[in-house]
Design a protein. Structure first.
Length: 256
């Protein structure tokens, strides 16, 4: 069996000294498991970006890998729970919040609460060390307490009459935006009716879903990406800059 890896996603920035501390810990303790840093460029406290990044990446790693999201959902004194989740033969460790739960498409997941204590380096003490122990023992009961009947929240589109309100999960390097609407959610709402996707201010309108990116420069498009999320962009231009879009912008779908 291929041993599981440990992936790490944070908002530290690549120049952070924390990365050197982690690598030093790996070498000094002769950790046998592969450490793969997915990115440290998540915008500070942006758990939505972090969750989307991990969701897009985890299936490329061996089963039984542990995927750590070291991005806190809060600024302040309230401490969210640190959770361990088993899903599709992978393990996930992160702070409890709706974006973290949105990684998991099915409610059939198992959850353990990991011990929490005040510490200067929570990603190492509360997440990485339990991940190493989990891979060593294969037993989640050695690192946390099982949660029965967990209450899950998620980042879902909102609906009101003939409107669906979407949030932005991710803005890629080309300025394309990825929304929280999946292909299934889109067609369950739209069906065979005519629709308008309204983007930016003033509202620019898209009335069809494209099959791919093969369009003329300057064309506004909407398609379902490789993860089946609704993606919107402009060929050869940055949609976010051109339309003044930021992660808090709402995208609307209207039935006409």
């Amino acid at each position: 069996m291929v041993p599981g890896a440990i992936t790490l996603t944070t908002d530290w920035n690549w120049s952070s000294v924390f990365m050197g501390n982690i690598r030093e810990y790996w070498l000094q303790n002769k950790i046998m498991y592969l450490l793969q840093e997915l990115t440290h460029q998540i915008p500070p406290f942006n758990t939505v970006y972090a969750a989307y990044t991990v969701k897009a990446s985890y299936n490329g790693f061996p089963q039984n890998s542990v995927h750590i999201i070291g991005v806190s959902p809060w600024i302040g004194s309230k401490n969210p729970r640190v959770l361990l989740v088993r899903y599709e033969n992978h393990w996930f460790i992160g702070y409890e919040c709706a974006p973290f739960y949105s990684i998991f498409d099915q409610p059939s997941i198992e959850i353990w609460e990991l011990p929490f204590f005040n510490v200067a380096f929570p990603e190492l003490e509360l997440m990485i060390k339990p991940a190493i122990q989990l891979l060593s023992t294969g037993n989640p009961e050695t690192v946390g307490k099982f949660i029965t009947n967990p209450v899950l929240s998620s980042v879902l589109p909102e609906k009101a009459d003939n409107l669906m309100y979407l949030s932005i999960l991710y803005i890629d390097v080309y300025g394309n935006i990825v929304t929280n609407c999946t292909k299934q959610q889109f067609y369950e709402f739209v069906g065979d009716r005519k629709f308008e996707i309204m983007v930016g201010r003033p509202k620019y309108i898209i009335r069809k879903i494209s099959d791919g990116y093969d369009r003329k420069p300057g064309d506004l498009f909407a398609l379902f990406n490789a993860m089946d999320y609704l993606e919107i962009g402009i060929i050869n231009y940055r949609l976010d800059i051109s339309f003044g879009i930021n992660p808090q912008t709402k995208i609307n779908i209207k039935i006409v």
